[in-house]
Design a protein around this ligand. Structure first.
Ligand SMILES: *Cc1c(COP(=O)(O)O)cnc(C)c1O
Length: 357
């Protein structure tokens, strides 16, 4: 993929962009659908293409209804606003995107956000049980928010048994479960199951159309009909109701009907990248990816992740840091096998080794 290199890049314009799957551009088929989509006023009587996307997404996730929103950040915020009252407590993983990146739940909702520790993106079940036991009758907990695949944990996928265990705890106290499923289709591909099997362990699910699915923008919140009716009103309050939004929803239909079926390619390339780094016997340690995110531990290399990002960028490979010890590399539709091999070569040459044959 050819992109304009950021300042400081010297390796010509054949940049390999591993920063995020959000960099993916719309496909030709998306532009075709966008051109021919039936349109209406989604703030008046509904845009037919947006309604179509909402129906298809709800069906795919086994939910009664869905609502199209501009971003998954807004979908997560609305999920909290319509399922928790002011001064209620909600439980969120301490490394969750909602907590660490979005923060709108803390800033705008008036709910008390309780961070729950966990491993590999999964909240500690016993910690959840303890919080609910201690707080029962004192503090009303309204919602538990899960995330799969888990962004900050390196694209890890919640085991269904874990989701079921959390759901059972929630059910005992009449607590709702929300899944931040920005990459739920990556999780479904990794588990080799239909997305509704994951979604069945939650009341509401947010999906993002503009990550590896390649739509230019958009997200959907799906759940019970009454909850989604309230979500639609809340979307209006937040300024998230748009007009002839079928032009974007059309790309979203292509994303969920077609593009989700190719995510396994991204996973295979992430695995190839991880193997190439680990096989060469350098001080670099790459995670074994479950989906399309590889975290590279650079703590033994004598350079921080910030220094690695700069050195890689100067050699045409774009990455991001997780913390001073960890780099994050994300595969997506514009990253070919050849790009993976070239990126691995750059890493290994900076670490003083050749890629293993
Ligand atoms: C990207 C992301 C979001 C937010 O999606 P936007 O559409 O960019 O607002 C939410 N949760 C997770 C896990 C994400 O990776």
């Amino acid at each position: 993929m050819v992109v304009h290199p950021p300042a400081g890049t010297q390796a010509g314009n054949q940049v390999i962009d591993l920063r995020s799957d959000t960099v993916t551009k719309p496909t030709e088929a998306m532009y075709e659908r966008m051109r021919s989509a039936p349109l209406g006023d989604d703030g008046l009587d509904g845009d037919p293409t947006a309604l179509d996307l909402e129906r298809r997404t709800a069906d795919l996730l086994g939910k009664e209804a869905g609502v199209f929103v501009p971003t998954c950040t807004m979908a997560n915020l609305i999920a909290v606003l319509v399922q928790a009252q002011r001064a209620d407590q909600i439980l969120v993983g301490d490394n969750a995107h909602m907590l660490r990146m979005e923060r709108g739940t803390s800033v705008f909702t008036g709910v008390c956000v309780r961070a729950v520790p966990g491993t590999a993106g999964a909240m500690d079940r016993n910690a959840v049980a303890e919080i609910l036991t201690v707080d029962r009758g004192r503090i009303a907990t309204a919602l538990i928010c899960l995330e799969t695949s888990h962004n900050a944990a390196g694209g890890t996928v919640l085991p269904l048994a874990h989701m079921q265990a959390i759901r059972e705890l929630a059910n005992e106290d009449g607590i709702r479960v929300h899944v931040d499923g920005a990459r739920i289709f990556n999780a479904a591909v990794a588990l080799d199951i239909a997305p509704d099997r994951i979604a069945s362990h939650a009341d509401t699910v947010a999906i993002c159309l503009s990550k590896g699915l390649s739509a230019p923008a958009g997200a959907v919140l799906a759940g019970p009909a009454e909850t989604i009716r309230q979500a639609r009103q809340m979307r209006k309050l937040l300024g998230g109701t748009q007009r002839q939004i079928g032009v974007l929803a059309a790309a979203g239909i292509e994303a969920i009907e077609v593009m989700r079926h190719r995510l396994g390619e991204d996973h295979a390339r992430a695995a190839r990248f991880s193997k190439a780094l680990n096989a060469a016997g350098t001080t670099l340690r790459a995670s074994a990816p479950e989906t399309n995110i590889v975290q590279v531990d650079v703590s033994k290399t004598g350079r921080t992740s910030f220094e690695w990002v700069d050195a890689l960028t100067a050699n045409g490979v774009l990455t991001r840091t997780v913390n001073p010890a960890l780099l994050r590399c994300v595969t997506h539709r514009h990253i070919s096998e050849d790009d993976i091999d070239r990126a691995a070569d750059v890493f290994l040459s900076l670490a003083g080794r050749e890629r293993a044959a």
